[in-house]
Structures are given as structure tokens and as C-alpha cells.
Write a protein that binds this ligand. Structure first.
Ligand SMILES: [Mg+2]
Length: 234
């Protein structure tokens, strides 16, 4: 087996993302505490997000609208405009948050870059937001291609990896999400390397079915080059 392309997820694989959402959710819960119990608020926010995903897609702007919608639901017509302004400020702070690569990301991308293997960043979410994060991360030049997609399905991986010259089984997708990165890449006939992040978004939680041949679970992104060697890359 020859590996010809390596794909990387971005949020919670190359840089922190879920932690920022989690902290913002805590700020939201504190802000709305006078109107509803904390556990209720967190649960309602997740429900609202889930309902809105189809319309808003993934990203901070959709999350901000879902926070406002949840606030309106729990506080009713008495929702103070100052609270809405605070929610908008939470969203803006998220969009402005610095993008710091996770440990070992820079070194690992540099090491893989010395091999003759194109790297492709494949990220799901809001186009403008994701483009700005890629630019601010300082990692853009490490990638032969950057793909911002609205969903990660097996077809997404077949299309992107195919265009970069990888036939069946010749590409590896590295990411923190079993649902979005690992399983659809394996279903597309390629490899899925799971590098878990400390927190997983409620909508992305899933188990890996036992006995998947093209699956590897790595403790750190640092282990990617050796795992590529093991399956016969480069
Ligand atoms: Mg991710």
C-alpha cells in the first residue's frame, strides 16, 4: 500500500476549538442564570443548535444565533437588550480568539512536508471564519490544498483525495472526530487516523466499530509519521 495524500482536520486537530465553545457556553449559562437553571440552559442550547444545524451549518455565527434564540425562549419578551448585546459580544470574542497550533502540530507538519506527500487541510464550517483561522494559525503554507466544506461525507473525501491523485486506500485522514474525519474517510476506502481531543462536541460523539482495518487511534499528532510508515507511506 502506498500513501499518496494526507488530509488533516483543523478544529481540535491542529488548533483548539471545542474548548472555546465550551467556555462561551459557560459564559452564556452564567448570563442567563437569572432566567433558568444552568443544566436546563446548557441542554436547551444544545437542542437549539442541533435543530438549527441544517439551516445555519457549523460555525460561530450559527452558534451565536442559537444562543440568542435560546435566551429568547427561556426569558421570553422580558429578555433585556443588554443581555442580547452580551451574547453578541461572546460571539465576537470567539471570532477574534487567537489561533494557536496544538502541541507538536508545527513539527509534525514540517516532518511530513519533507516527504514527497501533499498535505490537505479539510475543515468543516463557515467559510469566512475557517479561512481566517487558517490564515491566523500560520499553517497555511504547509498545505498543498485547503478545503472548507459544509459536510464531511465519504463523497467529500473521495472527491478531494481523488483530485490530489489518491486512488482507493492511498489517502489518510487525520482528525479528532470519529463522525466527521475517521468513519467517512474509511467508508470512502481510505484510512482514518483518530487523534482524540480532550473535549468532543455533543453532535460528534460516536464509537468506532470494532475490527476496522484502516483505522488507527493515536495519542498525539506526533505519532502520524510513524503510523504512515507502518502502513507503507512515502
Ligand atoms: Mg475537528
Amino acid at each position: 500500500m502506498t500513501i499518496r495524500v494526507i488530509g488533516f482536520d483543523a478544529d481540535d486537530t491542529l488548533w483548539h476549538n471545542e474548548t472555546i465553545f465550551h467556555l462561551s457556553e459557560q459564559r452564556f449559562v452564567e448570563l442567563l442564570a437569572p432566567h433558568a437553571p444552568s443544566a436546563d440552559l446548557a441542554e436547551r442550547l444544545i437542542e437549539t443548535e442541533r435543530r438549527n444545524l441544517r439551516l445555519y451549518g457549523y460555525g460561530i455565527k450559527g452558534f451565536t444565533l442559537s444562543m440568542i434564540e435560546t435566551a429568547l425562549t427561556v426569558a421570553g419578551p422580558g429578555l433585556p437588550s443588554a443581555t442580547v448585546a452580551e451574547i453578541l459580544a461572546i460571539g465576537r470574542a470567539m471570532l477574534d480568539h487567537p489561533v494557536e497550533p496544538l502541541p507538536a502540530v508545527v513539527e509534525t507538519l514540517a516532518e511530513l512536508g519533507r516527504r514527497d506527500l501533499p498535505l490537505v487541510l479539510i475543515s468543516k464550517g463557515d467559510l469566512l471564519d475557517q479561512e481566517q483561522k487558517v490564515a491566523r494559525s500560520g499553517l497555511a503554507e504547509r498545505f498543498a490544498a485547503i478545503e472548507i466544506v459544509s459536510e464531511k461525507t465519504p463523497e467529500t473525501y473521495t472527491r478531494i483525495f481523488g483530485r490530489l491523485g489518491a486512488a482507493d486506500g492511498e489517502a489518510v485522514m487525520v482528525g479528532n472526530s470519529v463522525v466527521s474525519d475517521v468513519l467517512p474517510a474509511i467508508r470512502a476506502g481510505h484510512w482514518g487516523f483518530h487523534v482524540p481531543y480532550a473535549l468532543t462536541w455533543a453532535h460528534e460523539r460516536a464509537e468506532i466499530p470494532a475490527g476496522l482495518a484502516r483505522h488507527r487511534r493515536l495519542e498525539s499528532i506526533r505519532e502520524v509519521p510513524a503510523a504512515i510508515d507502518e502502513i507503507g507511506g512515502g
